[in-house]
Write a protein that binds this ligand. Sequence first.
Ligand code: DAH
Length: 349
Amino acid sequence: MYKLKVVKDAHQVLQDLFESAEDKADVLKSKELGKLLAGIKEQPKETIAQYGKEVNVLKQEFVKKVKQWQADQSYEEKPSIDVTAPFDFNQNSQPETLGSAAGSMHPVTSAQKEMVDLFARMGFASIESRQLDSQYYMFDSLNFPDDHPARDHYDTFLLEEKDDKNRPLVAPSHTSTMQIRLLKKYKDNLKNGEPIAFVVPGRVFRNEDLDARHEHTFHQLEGIYVAEGVTTANLVATLKEWMSGYFKKEVEIKTQPFYFPFTEPSLEFAISCPFCGKAGCKVCGEGWLELGGCGMIHPNVLKEAGIDPKKYSGFAWGFGTERMVMIRYGIEDVRHFMGGKLEFLRQLK
Ligand code: DAH
């Protein structure tokens, strides 16, 4: 290809350089090529044209080789694309994912836990109430006469599904639904000289007009205690002991007559304000906080469970879980609990 020996030799030298160089472009900057090009003007007239032409052809040959090598360099193999992936995993950075900050128990859940623990220390076992129930457990078993207006106070949500008497199932509006279940299941305790002592935390539902004090979904804590010779004095003492524990302050209990079909006598109870000690403050108004209902379990309820009311007696109570938490922490609106706002929930972690 090259007629001139000097160019032929130079070709071989440049080729060796090209092959051994890490950066192939070095060949174009090499002193060998430089010398060859500089040699053009030193050529005698006879060979200058031939020499010039051959050196240029030689140079172009390596320019081309270098370009080809550079093009090959910039082509790296890319991993194949998974078109079903939710993000482009060929990107170096990972997509941003949800923060991993740990959550915490809902304030109602932690309150329930604390309340149940406190009762456990007083000898009460616990069981959660149901969130769907039959009208038997909601009303009949609790001595609500058929069509009695007291049923209206417990207005709740009805399902399309029916119970075995063809009445709609209900989203229960109190935790008392568990009373007859517990009395029936544990009545043998009594024969063995042991009491039936249970608390029932649970979620309840009411058809309410919502405001700062009324929510359609809330929680109650129910309790029952049955043994021989139980009186209202035991009821009051139990509530006093527990309330003093919960509010970490010795409180008094005040009761007044009320009506529940499942207790006789039926009472409403209040505690002396743990913040002002009955002096009157913005939490209690006039020194007392009304908390819930209670009473001596009605003989008809004991009979329904197969317990002899002449031999055994017992008391029961129910109060609102949210209300207790609201009093303790000065929360002004019950709707915060089901509202799901993190600003609220984080304050009660
Ligand atoms: N179930 C009643 C309510 O939701 C509260 C209650 C009152 C429960 C008296 C009891 C009780 O166990 O003895 O209004």
